[in-house]
Design a protein around this ligand. Structure first.
Ligand code: FAD
Length: 492
């Protein structure tokens, strides 16, 4: 009758499957979050001591702690809150469960390969002490093997998956887990395990520019973003492709850390979709893409460990060596000479976010213009995206590299200049992130090296001094890429 709720990527005290189960199955429930050194130490070892995600989690935990305190108080219990630990989760959880006398630990599924291994270890350690780990679906509407083809196999193509997903959906799948009704089971924290969130610095991390960026954290932040998005959602299908426009929801980081319930978002989208709102239909489609990549990772876990989805793409020989390293550094630092690519990389480096269209453009540029291994880009995104999600990031990269399921065919190669003209037609986005080019007239902004030298001079731009010459020629790179990918056809 004593339970421990272990929060991971579900940082909210409302509509939370595992929390609701803990509260209904146990008479006394404590809540814990572990800053897992197995995840954080490798970052610190690489010198990545300022990480927006760690800060986002940290701020969201303060919010979660308050939510739990308020929930306890509304049921007449003082001293409820979130116990926060810093250590190896595989050790901390079994120890804390034993110390509290909890026979069951409750958590929500996490299908990342690391998380699966960790949970198997925790399960083993708990079993040793006669306790159990009970896990639930929470992060997606349909998981793992829930939506399968007629042959009982996982889908590897999006559209039939989406159709089957929509067909399988009932109101029951979207019903909120009524946590608030069962708050009476929340127990006060004992004096030797007090609630409260330690300072960020105590974890070895420094503050980032999260606050200056006004990134809204926690459930409160997610709600505010959703409210704002609902005033724009009807234009989503038109606005979503233009990085200079406030088109998308910016909720990805909240979905990543579970500060908002995906069921609530799908319910909202579905209701508007049923009223015939095109923007809501398009947005629902993206939420289903998220689910699609999650079931890919769950059913084909090798993709999450550096492997291609389609093995014939292993035959590709990517550029290696010093020159390749230099090209990669230029891509990372936004010095490729292609303004849209560079502006996008500056957005990522300065804010931890990158617009979806630009993720596609920069990923295509890395693999198909620079001939570099998509895994390099995947890792860079993994290190810098605040919404980094293994399933979606890997899906996106393998899509761009053409090695993924339902990927971009390898001969479809984005032209970074035409993409720029089409999706940043007034150059507003480029000017925002590359102020050095701001005075160039718009037509010159998309490909400054093609502009008249006099035009550049008038705008105060000298190529090679203020802004680089392009590091590759797109037409030549395209031809090289087609050759590089020709091995794939031969392998088939
Ligand atoms: P919205 O347009 O408002 O979309 C709503 C939600 O749908 C998003 O929050 C996200 O959860 C989901 N979604 C949207 N597009 C996709 C997609 N293509 N695949 C899967 N889910 C999607 N998304 C991540 O959440 N984390 C990542 O690490 C990530 N890496 C990516 C890497 C590449 C190379 C590419 C091409 C895409 C990647 N995406 C990733 C998908 C997408 O770019 C982001 O989800 C989106 O830009 C987030 O902004 P938003 O919340 O405003 O999206």
């Amino acid at each position: 009758d004593r339970g421990l709720m272990w929060f991971r990527r579900d940082l909210r005290a409302e509509d939370n499957a595992a929390l609701c189960q803990a509260l209904t199955q146990c008479r006394q429930v404590w809540c814990v979050f572990v800053f897992d050194t197995a995840i954080l130490q490798p970052l610190l070892d690489r010198g990545l001591t300022a990480d927006r995600r760690v800060e986002f989690i940290h701020e969201s935990l303060i919010d979660l702690d308050e939510q739990l305190r308020a929930l306890g108080r509304s049921h007449g219990t003082e001293g409820v809150g979130l116990i926060v630990r810093h250590g190896a989760a595989v050790k901390v959880i079994p120890r804390l469960a034993a110390a509290l006398g909890a026979q069951a630990v409750f958590a929500n599924h996490d299908d990342d390969p690391y998380a699966r291994r960790r949970d198997a270890q925790v399960l083993g350690a708990l079993a040793h002490a006669g306790a159990v780990l009970q896990t639930y679906k929470d992060h997606v509407v349909f998981e793992r093997h829930e939506v399968l083809t007629g042959f009982g196999r996982p889908f590897t193509v999006f559209t039939p998956y989406k159709n089957a997903w929509l067909k399988a959906l009932t109101d029951e799948h979207l019903r909120a887990h009524p946590v608030e009704r069962h708050g009476d089971a929340l127990a006060p924290c004992p004096p030797d395990h007090p609630p409260g969130v330690p300072a960020l610095e105590a974890l070895g991390f420094a503050r980032t520019n999260l606050r200056e960026l006004r990134v809204r954290t926690g459930t409160r932040g997610a709600r505010a973003l959703l409210e704002d998005f609902l005033t724009r959602i009807e234009h989503y299908h038109q606005a979503r492709d233009y990085p200079a426009v406030k088109g998308p929801s910016y909720l990805s980081v909240h979905l990543r850390f579970g500060t908002i319930s995906v069921r609530a978002l799908v319910s909202t989208a579905l209701a508007l979709h049923r009223q015939g709102m095109a923007g809501a239909t398009a947005w629902l489609n993206e939420l289903i893409w998220r689910e699609f990549y999650h079931q890919i990772l769950a059913n084909f876990p090798h993709v999450g460990e550096g492997k291609v989805f389609k093995p014939e793409y292993d035959a590709i020989r990517w550029e290696r060596g010093k020159h390749a390293q230099a090209l990669f550094a230029a891509w990372c630092e936004g010095r490729t000479g292609y303004p849209l690519v560079d502006a996008a990389m500056h957005q990522l480096n300065q804010t931890g976010y990158m617009h979806n269209r630009l993720r596609m453009v920069t990923a295509s540029f890395l693999t198909k213009d620079l001939g570099l291994d998509w895994r390099w880009g995947e890792q860079y995104f993994a290190d810098h995206l605040i919404d980094f999600d293994l399933a979606a990031n890997n899906g996106g990269w393998q899509w761009a590299a053409s090695s993924g399921c339902d990927a971009q065919p390898y001969f479809r190669i984005f032209n970074p200049v035409t993409q720029s003209e089409k999706f940043d037609p007034q150059g507003k986005f480029i000017r925002r992130y590359l102020p050095v080019l701001a005075k160039l007239p718009t037509p010159a902004l998309h490909a400054p090296w093609q502009a008249d030298a006099a035009v550049r001079a008038a705008a105060g731009v000298t190529l090679g001094r203020d802004y680089p010459m392009p590091i590759v020629d797109h037409a030549e790179a395209r031809a090289r890429t087609l050759e590089r990918y020709a091995v794939v056809r031969r392998e088939r």
